[in-house]
Design a protein around this ligand. Structure first.
Ligand code: NAG
Length: 363
């Protein structure tokens, strides 16, 4: 795609965006030229075989197989379109390539939409001079291995445990893996607008922190292991391993987010996951990704000054996001999304929480 085409696509996109409230996917379909959409799908059979082998997919019967193949072909086209509109990342076949966008959203996301984000305490404004150019909590031992939420809309619980695992590490010097299942089974906390945590049917990180304060803390992953299903609460107060001292909302400002990250540890963030179903690697910096459709809870663990990007798009600074779809998704389970843009990409700045842990866990 040449420079001129990129530019005209971009202006088209902006005019569509100004025109009304299209879904991102609708928008993308309308601005990519027809000839680009009719990619050669002769090889789809072959790609589908590779996909099934790589991700161990099997289908109940031929009807289901044929249906999944048709979804897979549609997703090959979507990945192609996404590639055009997000050139600094690589889009292609992922473990989710046989799911429709609706199925994907129902099964693998799970962030609810609060009416207001402002109900929680606000984090104090921090100085932002002398922030490091690059920063990564993984290098400092504050981040557990990538986990897998499975087919359950429990992303919010992984974002919550990740933030508390980091805060606990900062408070105690000890890295422990905490229980998402406790949150899935036991946390039915609601925010002031009646949006409630509901296991595999979704939840919010701030209400999960609120639950954790009330419950006294979270158990270890190994004492209350993840099943990926809604279950009966089996919380044992005597086995609390980490406790929340306080939590607060970070202001919508990239420097404040970076300063809170560096000072307080990994942050719980909401994101619009529209580009994540086809993401393979690189710095995702789509031309359009609304901040008004936050649907996934993830963990912000670091940032970089300059990620690899094709020459004409320059080097892009990025955030490093820990996801909960296992290590075989993205860059060993991680996502890079660009920062320092004129607009807030995929809402990554919009719902950010920081948490502090108590130094000692037993009362
Ligand atoms: C949160 O708790 C930590 C640890 O007890 C404390 O140092 C910090 O000042 C508290 N922050 C807020 C905003 O209350």
């Amino acid at each position: 795609m040449d420079h001129f085409l990129t530019f005209s696509l971009l202006s088209l996109l902006l005019s569509f965006a100004a025109a009304g409230d299209f879904s991102d996917d609708q928008l993308i379909r309308q601005v990519v030229p027809e000839e680009e959409q009719s990619v050669n799908l002769l090889n789809a059979d072959h790609h589908f075989s590779l996909f099934k082998a790589k991700f161990g997919k099997s289908y109940s019967d031929e009807k289901e197989h044929d249906y999944r193949f048709s979804v897979f072909k549609a997703n090959l086209l979507r990945a192609k379109r996404n590639q055009l509109l997000d050139p600094s990342a690589e889009h292609g076949v992922t473990q989710f390539s046989d799911l429709t966008p609706t199925e994907f959203k129902q099964r693998y996301l799970g962030l609810k939409t609060p009416a207001f984000l402002e109900s929680a305490q606000k984090a104090p404004i921090l100085p932002t001079n002398n922030l490091p150019e690059d920063f990564d909590w993984r290098d400092k031992g504050a981040v557990t291995g990538v986990k897998n939420q499975g087919s359950c809309g429990s992303c919010w619980s992984f974002s919550t445990t990740g933030a508390l695992e980091g805060a606990h590490f900062l408070a105690t010097g000890e890295l422990i893996s905490l229980s998402e299942q406790q949150l899935v089974d036991c946390d039915h906390e609601c925010d002031q607008d009646g949006v409630c945590d509901a296991g595999c049917n979704g939840g919010l990180m701030n209400t999960a922190f609120q639950y954790t304060v009330k419950a006294g803390g979270l158990q270890l992953e190994k004492d209350y292991p993840y099943t990926g299903r809604d279950g009966k609460c089996q919380f044992d107060k005597n086995k609390i391993a980490a406790s929340v001292a306080n939590y607060s909302v970070v202001s919508v400002d990239e420097d404040q987010i970076a300063a809170n990250l560096v000072k307080n540890g990994p942050l719980a963030v909401g994101i619009n996951a529209a580009w994540m179903q086809t993401y393979v690697k690189g710095v995702s910096c789509p031309y359009i990704c609304s901040k008004n459709r936050l649907d996934h809870g993830v963990l912000l663990v670091g940032y970089g000054a300059a990620g690899y990007a094709p020459i004409r798009f320059k080097e892009k600074p990025y955030w490093i996001i820990k996801n909960s779809w296992g290590e075989s998704w993205g860059e060993d389970g991680y996502y890079k999304i660009c920062r320092g843009q004129t607009h807030d990409i995929c809402g990554v700045d919009s719902m950010v929480s920081t948490v502090a842990a108590f130094q000692s866990t037993s009362e």
